[in-house]
Ligand binder design. Structure first.
Ligand code: SER
Length: 321
């Protein structure tokens, strides 16, 4: 039986990955941790929880030892737009956090999942059907930490034999816990606006294409790559995965199928627009499909129906706000 630790477990991805992993491995076998415990109280109280600043190697190691952890999902990180507002803090959290957790994984022989992102690419990367192995010169501090993180995880695998694995996530859309500080957050906010006021002011230009994925696919991808047969993995820490690529204009058009009077207007945030312009329009994810049978289920229409249902049921953002 696997015993798992999730860092950053109360965030957008962690809160839903926790439910997925607890249903696969049992509630008591999945330990949640975060730097705070005053949000998502239901999750904090439902099973084992540890307050943990993952930059603290000793503390991370103690939690791993106490709970006899054999796989860590390291999700604690700052997202792209927030990172641009405080680059040194972003470096500290994203890199020193990862390094401490890698060292703890090495010391206690744990497997380690680390999310990378479309943010690891830059303006000189091919924009359409971005290949798995390609030029990476990210221009955001978030991207710099993601690319460095991919390389560091590869290094810990080949130098120290740590079973590191990871995925380059696109923007993740969900209704349970809101994202915080990402360039792709607009694609979540738009559904809340559609269901409440019927109008959304978008911070990105209408023709900005980005890869996206609905949360049920994202958590399944994170679980499946850690269960994949290592003999089949040629890549380890940086699998492109995507489910759909769309622009705000297209997303609004799909929303209008269900909310006919929905209006979108644009007030461009230059920081987020510059970040989005430096990222791919759409990635190809052939390596993930071949090496661990990755396949998304949700497209834009299915996701739109599901999100609108969810936000109408929980206009305040699910149970976790
Ligand atoms: N969703 C992330 C962000 O916008 C990208 O990985 O920062």
């Amino acid at each position: 039986m696997k015993r798992i630790l999730i860092t950053g477990a109360l965030g957008q991805l962690g809160s839903e990955l926790a439910a997925e992993l607890r249903s696969r491995y049992g509630v008591s076998n999945v330990v949640l941790s975060d730097i705070r415990d005053d949000v998502n109280r239901q999750l904090v109280e439902e099973g084992p929880f540890e307050l943990l600043d993952c930059r603290d190697f000793e503390a991370a190691g103690a939690v791993i030892k106490r709970h006899r952890i054999d796989a860590v999902y390291h999700l604690a990180a700052m997202l792209s737009a927030a990172a641009e507002r405080d680059p040194l803090r972003a470096w500290d959290i994203n890199m020193n956090g990862l390094l401490a957790v890698l060292e703890a994984a090495r010391a206690y022989s744990c497997a380690l999942f680390t999310p990378s992102s479309i943010g690891c690419f830059g303006p000189s990367t091919p924009k359409r059907y971005t290949p798995q192995d390609t030029l990476q010169r990210p221009t955001s501090i978030y991207g710099v930490t993601k690319t460095a993180g991919e390389l560091l995880c590869d290094y810990y695998h080949h130098a120290f034999d740590v079973d590191t694995r990871g995925i380059r996530f696109p923007g993740i859309i969900s209704s349970l816990t809101p994202p915080g500080g990402g360039t792709t957050d607009y694609a979540v906010e738009i559904y809340y606006a559609a269901a409440s006021s019927g109008h959304y002011e978008c911070p990105l230009a209408g023709d900005t294409y980005l890869d996206m994925m609905y949360m049920p696919d994202a958590v399944r991808a994170a679980a499946e790559i850690m269960e994949a047969d290592p003999a089949r993995l040629r890549h380890r820490n940086a699998f492109n995965v995507t489910a759909m690529s769309f622009s705000p204009e297209e997303q609004a058009a799909y929303i209008r199928k269900y909310v006919p009077d929905f209006e979108i207007t644009y007030r461009i945030d230059p920081v987020r627009q510059a970040i989005a312009n430096s990222w791919p329009d759409c990635m190809e994810d052939y390596a993930a499909r071949v090496e661990w049978d990755w396949e998304p289920e949700y497209d834009l229409d299915m996701m739109t129906q599901d999100m609108l249902d969810a936000v109408r049921r929980h206009p305040q953002g699910g149970r976790n706000v």
